[in-house]
Write a protein that binds this ligand. Sequence first.
Ligand code: SF4
Ligand code: SF4
Length: 348
Amino acid sequence: MTPALIQEFARQCGFELAGATPALPIEEAGYYRQWIAAGYAGEMRYLTDHRADVRADPRKLLPSAKSVICVGKLYNGPEPYSTRLDGKDLAWISRYAWGEDYHDVLRRGLERLVEKLGEHAGPFDWKICVDTAPLLERAYARRAGLGWIGKNTCLINQEMGSWFFLGELLVSLEISPASPPPDRCGTCTRCIDACPTAAIIPTGLEEGPAWAIDSGLCIAYFTIELRGPIPETVRGQIGNHVFGCDICQDVCPWNTRAAVTSEPAFAPEHFAPDLEKLAQISADEFREIFRLSPIKRARYSGFLRNVAVAMGNQRAERFREPLEKMAQSSETIVAEHARWALTQLESK
Ligand code: SF4
Ligand code: SF4
């Protein structure tokens, strides 16, 4: 089966990018282990537990796998980047989380792709991976020709930019492999210079990636994954981010004219909401409003913790009243971050 045929089938299933690479262990697994050993995964145990070993070989997920089909689905919209957002009352939610949870959307597309491949090639073994299965998806996607890995560690496609969800289909079919595209970051350091917490760090590796993200410094980690308090040393750098951070992609020159999705499921429901409104939502409302959104991953108390920090960083008097209410919250973590935010109002 040829890469062109895979791309055509994938396009019919809603994927802008597609390619294939052999389902074999790759050297990037070694770099990944070094990243874990250096402590850069923070408290994300799903990255460091037994699943870390499974990542080294796709055949541990599907023993008969011969190829990894990698697909990319655009989620970018025409809305402004966070670095251009005008409005101190507004919260920033990461671009990928404005619409429906991508896991379900990608899975549905990959299921359609399985059907199309089956009609063409007859029965075969397959396994769908969308984040949930431990696979080094960006590394395989690069090898499958979808793009290169930028210094911001995102997969970047020369024509369309980096706003892609990635998914994989392990198959027992032989598919002619693609070639990885060249790294086109060159001497650019915009993402490194723009990161508010200096989370993009040099690896010092003689071979392998020169740059990595230290999750323990990254705003996306603090606002999505971290369950406990956000260290006071970084709260001031978080700005108005309440779920994730896009800065290192917003400033990337390859995203200046990034392609825009036509997927209705990614219509922007949660673009730059009002901070004060977010501060007032109850736990039930949180569950209802973000029922179909990846934002539910932050959990109610974590999300309100982030809202309190964002309000404190605006140092705006109009946030005093909502913050005083939050400081009375029965959720200890919310109350503590609201008290911190009130001290920021005092120091304005
Ligand atoms: S997501 Fe934000 S905090 Fe994390 S590396 Fe990129 S710019 Fe830095
Ligand atoms: S901002 Fe520059 S260095 Fe960073 S990923 Fe984009 S091109 Fe590469």
